[in-house]
Unconditional design. Structure first.
Length: 410
């Protein structure tokens, strides 16, 4: 009997002990179900009326803040507090801003948020002493595809498809070692898979090009972005790197005004002579880039060549860039430069009739036409890694081929 009583007592105590724990659990669950307030720039929208607007023509910070009840000393305090985050003197028409006011009859201004660009914002807390916080918006990406045919230029073709012409610049960089974008022609076709950058449901830029296919002069050029040995680069459908020893041209964009020839009528000297280089015409000040890694062996002024830079790349190849308006900072004899490094700017110094760069290319001490040279390739995907690479690009290649087929048949 005593044993039965003891067992019942223990059972009652265990049940009683469980009761508070169950209530606490219920309390936690109910709290989790409470709705969290909607935030913008980290500020609760429940408490404030938000006015969103854009900077108008010739509008200054004072024009805005005086309207919302701030005095000139307070506005100056804003400028001083935010000087490490934003320069209000550089506000421009179209920049966005938001003002947070209390919802009562006083409509007191509590926050001012300025967006210097699509990605960043600066919050001014005006409630007591002014404090400033800089933040970044959340980014997302969306995969897009575009196909087109060249009628006059790559820019025009992309504009026709309603996509950012930034893609043209990215393609020129990807294919810089294999396609001379000064010589793309009517009828060339392309398909590109790329990422759009999204902020607040709005497209604000172009991300990475995932893969592309370019038909140029009856040849097909694939490019696939691939993380190899810890670095992203572009390779073709066989795993060969698109990056070669030299770029096709010393300018990203422009036009060929005179080619390599053994007989040309010189526009200044008014006589026939050899032109052992390729002239690329472009506006004065256009950046000139090194077509390959190497050491600067000359950076000086010559009577006929004007300001020029000469780079020795290895025991075989040397390049020269003539008629510069000026040298890039730090460029001098003995300086080692990487491929794509800006070494100077287009000009018309020396014997020249207009702004251009005369690009000269030496092979084994002899000047040759660089556009006819077979440039040595960079390292491909290793043989042991090739099956994994080919498997990773299979779906992308099929997608590119489908899109290009649709374009051709359109």
């Amino acid at each position: 009997m005593i044993r039965l009583y003891f067992s019942i007592s223990i059972l009652i105590l265990l049940i009683a002990a469980c009761q508070p724990q169950q209530k606490e659990k219920l309390s936690i669950n109910s709290a989790d179900l409470e709705e969290k307030p909607e935030l913008k720039y980290g500020i609760s929208l429940e408490e404030y009326e938000v006015i969103e607007a854009e900077i108008g023509a010739n509008q200054f910070l004072a024009d805005i803040m005086l309207k919302y009840g701030l005095s000139y000393p307070q506005i100056q305090e804003m400028v001083d507090a935010g000087k490490d985050f934003v320069d209000f003197r550089r506000m421009k028409r179209g920049d966005r801003y938001s003002v947070f006011c209390t919802k009562d009859s006083l409509a007191e201004t509590c926050y001012f948020v300025y967006e210097p660009n699509n990605l960043e914002y600066v919050v001014f807390d005006l409630r007591d002493s002014i404090s400033v916080l800089k933040g970044k918006k959340e980014l997302s990406t969306r995969r897009k595809k575009v196909s087109g045919e060249i009628r006059s230029s790559l820019y025009e073709a992309l504009q026709k498809e309603g996509v950012s012409t930034v893609i043209a610049l990215k393609l020129s960089e990807i294919y810089a070692w294999s396609i001379d974008f000064y010589r793309i022609q009517k009828g060339d076709r392309f398909t590109v898979l790329y990422d759009e950058i999204i902020v607040d449901d709005e497209v604000v830029g172009v991300g990475n090009i995932e893969s592309s296919k370019f038909l140029h002069k009856d040849r097909t050029f694939y490019a696939f972005r691939y993380n190899y040995d810890g670095n992203y680069d572009y390779f073709d459908e066989e795993g060969k790197s698109l990056r070669k020893a030299f770029l096709q041209a010393p300018l990203k964009f422009g036009r060929i005004s005179s080619g390599f020839t053994m007989k040309r009528f010189h526009p200044v000297q008014k006589r026939w002579k050899a032109h052992l280089g390729t002239d690329y015409a472009a506006p004065k000040g256009t950046p000139i880039i090194a077509v390959g890694d190497g050491t600067v062996i000359e950076a000086r002024y010559g009577k006929f060549n004007g300001r020029y830079v000469k780079i020795k790349h290895n025991g075989t190849y040397t390049t020269q860039y003539l008629h510069m308006s000026g040298f890039a900072k730090g460029i001098s004899a003995g300086k080692y430069v990487k491929q794509g490094k800006v070494i100077g700017y287009v000009g018309s110094t020396g014997l020249a009739t207009g702004p251009h760069v005369c690009f000269r290319f030496w092979k084994n001490g002899k000047q040759v036409d660089h556009r006819k040279e077979k440039i040595p390739p960079s390292k491909p995907v290793k043989k042991e890694d090739l099956p994994e690479y080919l498997d990773s690009i299979e779906k992308l290649k099929r997608k590119l081929d489908e899109e290009l087929s649709d374009t051709i048949n359109a």
